[in-house]
Design a protein around this ligand. Sequence first.
Ligand code: BYC
Length: 339
Amino acid sequence: MYTQALDIPEPRQQVREADASKADGLDAQRQTQFDTKIDGDRKIEPQDWMPEAYRKTLLRQISQHAHSEIVGMLPEGNWISRAPSLKRKAILLAKVQDEGGHGLYLYSAAETLGTSRDSMLDALHSGKAKYSSIFNYPTLTWADVGTIGWLVDGAAIMNQVPICRCSFGPYARAMIRICKEESFHQRQGFENLLTMMKGTLSQREMVQDAVNRWWWPVLAMFGPPDGDSPNSALGMRWGIKRISNDDLRQKFVDATVPQAQILGVTLPDPDLKWNAERGHQGYGAIDWDEFWAVVNGNGPCNKERLATRVKAHADGQWVRDAALAHAAKKRVREIKEAA
Ligand code: BYC
């Protein structure tokens, strides 16, 4: 170039910059359209333009949610072969299958964001991806099955009903069906415990023991306090999260206290008291060190859960191979027939 200046761009670079500034203009326009949709409480669909950070946040949350459903099959699945009656076995089988179905809807919803199921599963199996802390606790007795239904599914519904109004269409639509099924799960758990509470002293003690062990991990399931929740601000801004972690936790405690009274169990918190001024139940301090230890892989069953999941995936390889071979044969046959 005939110039003294060293900072004059090459022609190709000039074209690239012009393209980039056009793209910047286009992105700004798309960003405005996106913001208008979010502000107007309209749905974002997979084919719509979306900011990269919105896509990533959704992918993170939906894939973690899917993993939770799939890993969540394991603690209760352990009891299918030991259910106390044919009726309880049929109910538990249906429930655990439902959780598997929830995982599949959610993986499909996440795939619409441009990622493959294989890569999500790799992240789970390598321990990179998170899943709900709650599924790293053991199920020691049959009463744990009822308690998971009552408290864990109860907490899940509280958290998931607002997600039916999430701004991302596929996630919101998947959640509508999931919530209907979760309601059945919660009811069967409550009914299971109510039956045991009307039984023998040792059955009642078994229920109380299970409630004592699950109560605090269930409260932690809603996630860290709002002040320590790095994803909340954007999640709320984008209409992915509608109610904060602490507000959902409070709603859950308020709803559960009267149910515990009907059951006749004591919730293991001496600070659990109605606060007339706030119009809510007051409750004690959650052990956040324990929560983070579990989230970071050091809970009572993290290693066992992950190993079981990895083994189940490896054992299912022949099914995936057979399905792919069948699909390939079908394609060849269709091409031959069309020729
Ligand atoms: N466990 O900024 P925050 C079911 C992580 S299964 C582990 O508040 P966010 C069922 C969080 O991911 C239903 N990790 O995050 C199945 C974040 O880490 P990253 C499970 C947790 O996303 C079988 C960090 O902590 N439900 O119903 O704004 C049988 C900071 O948190 C947990 C869902 O998945 C936790 N408990 O809010 C029975 C619901 N909590 O990602 C029942 C969908 C937080 O930055 N998910 N973390 O590395 C959500 O609603 C939200 O993602 C959360 C967290 C409320 C969980």
